[in-house]
Design a protein. Structure first.
Ligand code: NAD
Ligand code: TDX
Length: 338
């Protein structure tokens, strides 16, 4: 598809900022609008080098606000919708914002899009968590959905709403369901960055339950490549799993991190399990493989590079841990469209 101008939601988050950087390399001349509310999870330093880029426009706003969408939609040919509340533990403590952002926010984006025929594609970023846990084998795109946390339940709502706007109203929707991403710019509340940064400071690594839970770890740039391929070659109305064949138990990852950093395994502390903790996620990604994608990064290589990145970006994550960004956003941050 020919894209001249694109709207990215949640572009100051982990995957969104990696994707904007990736997109800029692939399509140097397109206009990129980044609509981000700047929640605690956003980090404006992720795209600091884009300040000079005339074709990058940041708009501070909420996907729940129809008026901002009505200003942006006439300007773009495509949308990649990342914006969401994303931390499972927070969804257990305070689920309300997850339901509002994922479900109402995504509804608002789709409903508003009905009036904008110029938009040729709505790439919705869902997650492998919507299938729930699986002990053996892997879920296909048509497997039943069985989410088990308020996060994954609200993501399921968003995923199915996106599909319903394709099926009922003919909107050009494609759904991507990636597995756990890791790599640079991930918020330190998430497992891998938390363990790396705590280990760097010789702090305890709080491993939930017995550490037996398995995730399929996908390097964020591999995910960006998959999403870009869907923009170019994905079939409207279809969902695509994106996995990595990197299924690793949490305990093994914790040990790998301490070993890479030359720390002692006694830093690992088994703590109370997450409520409703899914044991294993696994998706079959044959469908996107047939389109011509497969992940390139091995987990050992990707993890080493990620550890290195956090080692070299202490100023970035220390600010996040101190909550400096959240405090700044609460006060003031100017959007380029008022
Ligand atoms: P993140 O938490 O790092 O970033 C989310 C971004 O969305 C932040 O910049 C935040 O400010 C913005 N945002 C939140 N609510 C908003 C709203 N109402 N309006 C506008 N902006 C808002 O998230 P991430 O880890 O980069 O995940 C991005 C997307 O990918 C999410 O939809 C997530 O569900 C999905 N996903 C993530 C992973 C993963 O491993 N990180 C895996 C599969 C799917
Ligand atoms: O302190 C911790 N200790 C621990 O043992 C944390 C934060 C996590 N864990 C475990 C829980 C999970 O089994 O590590 C695993 C990974 O946890 P998270 O990083 O919180 O990721 P997860 O719950 O698997 O969800 C992630 O992947 C899918 C993202 O946060 C979601 O946004 C995405 O959809």
């Amino acid at each position: 598809m020919n894209i001249n101008s694109i709207l990215i939601t949640g572009g100051y988050g982990f995957i969104g900022s990696n994707f904007i950087r990736f997109l800029r390399k692939k399509l140097p001349d397109i206009k990129i609008y980044n609509l981000d509310k700047l929640t605690y999870a956003a980090n404006i330093e992720n795209l600091k080098d884009f300040e000079e880029d005339k074709n990058y426009i940041f708009v501070r706003g909420d996907i729940k606000d129809k008026s901002i969408l009505e200003i942006l939609y006439p300007k773009v040919d495509a949308i990649v919708h990342f914006a969401a509340e994303t931390h499972v533990d927070r969804s257990i403590i305070a689920p309300g914002e997850f339901i509002m952002t994922e479900v109402y926010g995504t509804f608002n984006m789709l409903e508003t899009m009905k009036n904008f025929k110029n938009i040729k594609l709505f790439l919705h970023i869902s997650t492998d968590e919507i299938y729930g846990s699986i002990e053996k084998g892997s879920f296909k795109e048509n497997s039943p959905l069985n989410p088990s946390s308020p996060y994954s339940a609200s993501k399921t709502g968003a995923d199915r709403l996106a599909y319903s706007y394709f099926k009922t109203f003919g909107l050009p929707v494609i759904i991507a369901r990636p597995s756990n991403n890791y790599g640079p710019y991930q918020h330190v509340e998430k497992f891998i960055p938390l363990f790396i940064t705590n280990a760097l400071d010789n702090k305890e690594l709080p491993l939930y339950g017995k550490g037996e839970n398995v995730r399929d770890w996908l390097y964020v740039i591999d995910n960006c490549e998959a999403l870009f391929l869907l923009l170019e070659k994905g079939k409207i109305g279809e969902a695509y799993n994106i996995g990595a064949k990197n299924e690793v138990k949490n305990i093994e990852i914790a040990k790998k991190i301490v070993n890479i950093l030359g720390k002692d395994e006694s830093l690992i502390k088994f703590v109370e399990d997450r409520k409703g903790h899914d044991l294993r996620y696994s998706v079959d990604w044959t469908k996107i493989k047939k389109l011509g994608w497969q992940p390139k990064k091995s987990f050992d290589e990707g993890l080493k590079e990620t550890v290195e990145w956090y080692k070299n970006h202490r100023h970035w994550w220390e600010k996040v841990k101190r909550g400096e960004f959240s405090n700044f956003y609460k006060k003031y941050y100017k959007s380029e469209i008022q």
